[in-house]
Design a protein around this ligand. Sequence first.
Ligand code: SF4
Ligand code: SF4
Length: 397
Amino acid sequence: MVNDVVPGLVQQIRTFGTCDANACLSCGSCTVVCNLSNGLTTFPRKPLRRALLGLKGSLLAGLEPWLCHDCGDCSLACPRHAEPHESMMTLRRYLVAQYDFTGIASKVLGSKIGEIVALSLVSLLVFGLALWYHLYYVELALGDLVTTAMGMEHMFPLIEYFTYAAFAIPALIVFVNIARMHRFTMGKHLRFPVPLRYYFTEAKTLFFHMVSHKNMKKCKEPTHRRRWIKHWLLALAVTVKCAIILFFLSWFQTDGIYPIYDPQRWVGYLIAIALIVVPVDILISRWRHREKVHTFSEPGDLILPIMFILTAVSGLVVHGGRYLGFEWTGHIAYAVHLAVAVPLIMIELPFGKWSHSFYRPLALYFAAVKERALRDANVPTMVGPEQETVPLETHPA
Ligand code: SF4
Ligand code: SF4
């Protein structure tokens, strides 16, 4: 990768949040406290220096912002209040925007207005499709549309195709963006190609981190361990929900009435509880500790938990409407539910904060592959007076 100096790189990065790299004196206090610094790399100074020097190629090639587990210790230790922890969060948003070939992530992550506009446009599209379906496909008169109580099963066959499309489009974008992430971080700029077999031998790392989110447990404070449990529960609920929607939609989404002990009901309740309780807890803890570095976040990071809550609540209203006999309420709530859930999948997953759920484990996987190749090839790694190491890269910052 060409490592041309990009003037004003820090200013570009700042459109994604706080990045006070200019305030950094390179004193090393943050590196001392960060438990990721191990002599092989100097967290979090290295990516900050790359940003400051305008070394965009090196910045894109680095995986450090993804390995950071957000403990915030570096910001507490910084005598210049350069907020290295915040800068790492901003760098992650910048990297997501660079990986994305459509340019939409840059609009979504670079501006809260852009994110809200993108989500609103998809919501309007969903409402438009619902209107088209009822007026032209079912041939319902406009007057009847707002007064007629209908069951929902009549639309389920079409909804299945719509659901597959709603997942397939972002999945395709995600695959292309992951390929770009791989090219940036594992491409030709490495000293030699990493043998393919290392991708297989380290595949367990990807699976392990995707399932366990173990990196978050590296923070020793009890509050951070609770944060890990909350995120793990949320990820589990979201994964199960997506799997049900993709593979068992006709079982889960039906006008049928089931007893309370039927899995169709209690699985749905458990998912809804997790999708409400955990995001509410995240919002409360962020609100209460706004001024503390450990829990501070960009206002835009609040949109994802709010979207999860709205998806679960609207789903429960649909369910309640069906079981209590309020068909009209359930019908309208179903349109609202789709208008929230579809933008969540089509915008937040490929372009927004949700994309971190796959970029983080992938970065840990790529880092493990690099390390393995480095170790087995016995590549000399010490470069520069700081004995700073950039595994297999040709252009250390
Ligand atoms: S502690 Fe602050 S000033 Fe010192 S190297 Fe880290 S970011 Fe820079
Ligand atoms: S937030 Fe924690 S893990 Fe991340 S760079 Fe700072 S000290 Fe290291």
